[in-house]
Design a protein around this ligand. Sequence first.
Ligand code: PM9
Length: 472
Amino acid sequence: MKQPLPQTMGQQFGRRSWAEPWKIKMVEPIRMISQEERKRAAAEAGYNTFLMRSEDVYIDLLTDSGTSAMSDRQWAGIMMGDEAYAGSRNFYHLEEAIQSFYGYRYIVPTHQGRGAEHLISQALIKPGMTIPGNMYFTTTRLHQELAGGTFVDVIIDEAHEPSSEHPFKGNVDLDKVQSLINEVGAEQIGYISLAGTVNMAGGQPVSMANVRALRQLCDAYGIRIYLDATRMVENCFFIQEREPGYADKPIAAILKEFCDYTDGAWMSAKKDNLVNIGGWLAVNHEDVFDLARNMVVVYEGLHTYGGMAGRDMEALAIGIEEAVQDDHVRSRVDQVRYLGQLLIEWGVPIVCPVGGHAIFLDAKRFYSHIPQDRFPAQTLAAELYLDAGIRSMERGIVSAGRDPETGEHRYPALELTRLTIPRRVYTQAHMDVVAESVKAVYDAREETRGLKIVYEPKYLRFFQARFEVIGQ
Ligand code: PM9
């Protein structure tokens, strides 16, 4: 079905296009290596895009994590680093930025998101506890499991359907939460693990109405809600665009309101916050803060740097402020939608509606002849690289890993290949090249047979597993 163009993309005549609210001051050359070299590089990397050298990649859509272009203000901030071991002035700037834009009371810096996930999981989860959440994320769930918890998915059913057009596919199903409370008891629930623009569902948002209702339910049972704020700014853009009553509210105000319904957040600052490294944990309860602040000195660094240099914290404090500017968020999401729109028009199966940070190719429909245990999404990532040097990421059966009890593959409903768009890095011409390559791979889909796994590590296997082409 042909989708209408997003409003901001305009029509052929009388058109009014959007444009990035920045101009380019410095460039980094990239080049495509030959097809022979790409074949060699893919085989050497065991057909795992995480194991490739970035020099062998032309357009790098592996992730939007730590790949943003920093602004001139952020680079100026880098020069203002106060590298004192304790009490760096950049920490106080960071603390102020988080308090003012996210609204939380206490801040603990960490080296990146998983450092904060580790702290919150160890602080709040006791062995045997259940952690309900709106779809798993790889590192988040692993830290919850390592702390002795069990993650239970309570996202709405539509999130597992790639073609459902629900505007808030990240929403929590409150009936599922209620049933879980009835089943295990409120005291056995560590906390609700709530993510903005749910990554594994395709970057799908949570509505304000949903978090408000979730807060009410949790208040009735004394359950706390912690937010994965990694891409929360993008979530706020969708609230502004889709939820009645928010069209005239700035992103910054929406962010503050959403966070107010939660008890704290962990953050991979490498995404929304526009830095190449960094993270933080922010909480409203002093007891949780005391625990986390004590643990951070064991695992990350002193509580006023948490694994970051002073200059990193300065760039992060400035990035937080830039990230909530309405024109920045709109151009970021619209670039993703530009790519999505081309693919939809050309009949390529993708997750709809298009999310905030990436296009998710629906590998189950793309390669309907390849069974899930031959890794269709991993295969598609390899084929895109072979076709045009484009690097993407598997988000399907490999990412889901094995069940810790049975050792069998987990078979997720979604088998996706993610084309993740770094912030402020690529142009519309790059998006055209990507779309054309996806289409070429789609046209040649019948010739592709899938992969077999030949090595996998114990934890987070998608990072380091190796594959071979079936039939070789
Ligand atoms: N996300 C991504 O590419 C980085 C590599 S894959 C593990 O999507 C969420 C929603 C994330 C996320 C990382 C983390 C962990 C937490 N929550 O990578 O440790 O998308 O900074 O953050 C990646 P760090």
